[in-house]
Design a protein around this ligand. Structure first.
Ligand code: ADP
Ligand code: MG
Length: 695
């Protein structure tokens, strides 16, 4: 039975509709100021909100509440506290007050902090983010919060994100004022497209690598890959379709505007995209979506894989970050219909171009994870080089502006801007290039580098802050100008001339682009340990400090945490491989060799004239593979031991990348070759063909 979407939508969310209906009007008014204007919330108001919220949550079956936050691991954390409070006469009441709503104190000593928080002062605290609505999940009232230390340092992903959103808003407001517009707030909007795999639960459970690391560390390619391109937008199989339906319903109840779902390029790969929202809300929703996907899949005999590269040889999963800036009335990246609207669009566009060019190295850090290293530059996702795609039409406009030559487009020029009215950029002309990491798609940018497992807070924090910086520069300059329009035009021209190098409309997957990008001086950091040091570059620390988003100490702590995380992940992968090779794969190869050798011996015992050519061939190749595996096991173990012995986190991460990964590759190559020869009944792991095609 189809759910009544309108009825269930947001039914588990303490949204503005519920607030308006249930809160006393004075309370609602002051909360509204907090929601829309960022005014601080006083404790009287919080007390009323908490009591109403508690009653509402209890009606939905909630018995506990939790401050729901995002520590530096990127995933969400929750600790459930009961509403229950005994009253001495053997009975209990259900309690929840304003203090508990606005502030929590999880014992957080075991979250990564990169040395920010000495264990003696381990108690950070969580603070309510009222702009992201509370919701009920699993009988728990979840209150979205930020997580900070007692001395005020951000211990999470949300705090800097909220700071960056305010930074951008403050500067965008100044620029809009120059265009004669008086606005309270400019929000940044995000629509994340989430890719994921669904495989059979029984296959997942038969593979230690999937269980421990989320990806296959061994596995010979299937005879059939994704070359037939039949899966993309193909018919969705029944159990997947049933899963998607329930997922949509559960998300709608939580107020997540899940909108589109389809099959992706790789077999067993799918995508879900919601309608865009304010950045912090969109990210909270994305995290809820990821959690709900994992939770629901087993009901349908499936497991949801969100790793960036679960299978070699077929595409991995990404998470496109569609991004724009808007007021309550207009999308600032929409070209508009009049010359003045066009000028405003070009000013904001120029700020984004300049921001991305100047802080490409920093933006690159936000998508640097061990999982994403498998995608970037592997001809399935953009390269590690950040460039901007603007499409042919807009590029012609930009070039005309930069070169002072008339724009040869469909409209005659009037203003000195080079164009009369900019054409509306249709999706057709702006969305063709899938190889670009940062593409203008008509009225928003699509940042395509993030991996599927990523928390999008980091990239949006950086993007917002970098754009805030450029807008600030523009506002400072234009506020002093005598003639605003000509000054704004000059500024757009100058920006485009200075940052033309970051614009590239060609095929980002080619080797020529890598060479060309090097000539243009664009950074190209190919892996996580190489990319992350940009976090502690003085220019990048200065950016974050200038806008109060992150301090030097916070940036350094993030660098430590990320480098350490890299080493930990590769270490787990290497140890998993070692265990699988020693306990499962080498024994399997040996058992099969023994069977083949016995066959050969038995045949020869019957008659010396019987051929044992096929047995000899198989044994020769398997024996070589087994030796190679055994040597690779020893070498991998030695490389891991050596990397682990390093005390400096940076040196350790580099060693895991430079020394451990190649040994993992060698072990896999030998094992994958053995898999192709070894009898099916002997090989202990479900094959790629079985996992991806026997569905
Ligand atoms: P696709 O890229 O798959 O063709 P769309 O372009 O329609 O799909 O949308 C992709 C995502 O971009 C959706 O989540 C959509 O809501 C989001 N999006 C659309 N407009 C904006 C905007 N102004 N700001 C942020 N995200 C947006
Ligand atoms: Mg898209």
């Amino acid at each position: 039975m189809a759910a009544n979407v309108m009825e269930i939508y947001g039914s588990k969310v303490f949204n503005e509709h519920v607030m308006k209906e249930r809160l006393p009007s004075a309370t609602y008014k002051s909360l509204e100021k907090t929601l829309h204007k960022g005014a601080p919330l006083d404790i009287e108001v919080a007390n009323v909100v908490a009591s109403v919220m508690k009653r509402w949550a209890m009606e939905l079956g909630a018995t506990h509440y939790t401050h729901w936050f995002q520590p530096l691991t990127g995933i969400t954390s929750e600790k459930h506290d009961g509403f229950v409070s005994p009253v001495g006469d053997g009975t209990a009441i259900m309690e929840f007050n304003g203090k508990e709503l606005v502030r929590g104190e999880p014992d957080a000593s075991s979250f990564p902090s990169g040395g920010l928080r000495a264990t003696c002062e381990a108690r950070g605290y969580t603070a309510w983010d009222p702009t992201s609505f509370a919701f009920v999940k699993d009988d728990v009232l979840c209150i979205p919060t930020a997580f900070v230390s007692y001395t005020g340092e951000a211990l999470d992903k949300k705090t800097p994100l909220l700071r960056s959103m305010n930074a951008l808003s403050n500067q965008a407001i100044r620029v809009l004022k120059l265009f004669g517009k008086d606005v309270d707030y400019v929000s940044t909007t995000v629509g994340p497209e989430q890719e994921y795999f669904l495989i059979k639960k029984e296959d997942y459970e038969a593979r230690q690598d999937l269980i421990l690391t989320g990806r296959t560390l061994f596995g010979a390619p299937s005879a059939k890959g994704q070359e037939l391109e039949e899966h993309y937008f193909g018919v969705i199989r029944p159990e997947v379709s049933a899963f998607m339906k329930e997922l949509d319903e559960e998300l709608w109840k939580l107020g997540v505007p899940a909108k589109t779902k389809h099959n992706e390029v790789a077999p067993c790969q799918h995508e879900l995209a919601p309608i865009f929202d304010t950045t912090n809300v969109a990210i909270d929703h994305n995290l809820l979506t990821m959690e709900m996907m994992k939770k629901l899949a087993p009901k349908y005999g499936l497991v949801c894989l969100q790793h960036e590269k679960p299978f070699e040889g077929v595409n991995g999963s990404g998470k496109h970050n569609n991004w724009s800036m808007s007021t309550t009335h207009e999308n600032l990246l929409d070209p508009g219909d009049t010359p003045m609207e066009n000028l405003q669009f070009l000013v904001f566009l120029a700020a984004v171009i300049k921001a991305v060019d100047e802080y490409a190295d920093l933006l690159r850090t936000s998508v640097a994870t061990p999982g994403n290293d498998h995608r970037l530059g592997a001809n399935e996702a953009p390269p590690a080089i950040i460039s901007i795609f603007v499409g042919e039409e807009l590029e012609a406009v930009i070039d005309a502006i930069a070169s002072d030559s008339p724009y040869a487009g469909p409209v005659k020029m009037k203003m000195d801007l080079g164009v009369d009215v900019l054409p509306k950029f249709s999706k057709d002309t702006t969305d063709r290039n899938r190889t670009s990491p940062f593409a203008f798609t008509g009225n928003k940018f699509e940042f395509r580098m993030p991996g599927s497992a990523e928390n999008l807070s980091d990239c949006n924090t950086i993007l917002n802050t970098a754009v805030a910086k450029e807008l600030k520069g523009y506002a400072d300059e234009l506020e002093k100008a005598d003639d605003f329009t000509s000054a704004a035009i000059a500024l757009v021209k100058r920006t485009i001339r200075d940052h033309r190098r970051v614009i590239f409309n060609g095929n980002g997957y080619t080797a020529e682009w890598e060479e060309e990008a090097a000539k243009r001086g664009l950074p190209n950091k190919k892996n996580t340990p190489a990319a992350l040091p940009a976090l502690i570059e003085p220019k990048n620390i200065a950016l974050m400090e200038d806008f109060g988003v992150l301090t030097k100490v916070e940036m350094e702590s993030r660098y430590e945490v990320e480098m350490e995380h890299y080493s930990k992940i590769i270490n787990i992968e290497a140890l998993t491989m070692l265990e699988m090779a020693r306990k499962q794969l080498l024994p399997a190869v040996n058992a099969y060799m023994s069977e083949v050798a016995n066959t050969a011996a038995s045949k020869l015992a019957v008659s010396e004239s019987l051929s044992v050519r096929s047995e000899t061939k198989a044994l020769t190749r398997l024996s070589a593979d087994a030796d190679a595996m055994s040597d690779a096991v020893d070498e991998l173990q030695a490389a891991v031991d050596a990397a682990k012995a390093l005390s400096d986190e940076s040196a350790k991460a580099v060693a895991f990348h430079d020394d451990v990964l190649p040994k993992m590759d060698a072990l896999r190559a030998a094992a994958d070759d053995a898999e192709t020869i070894c009898g099916e009944d002997y090989w202990p792991l479900p094959s790629y063909s079985k996992m991806l095609y026997y569905v």
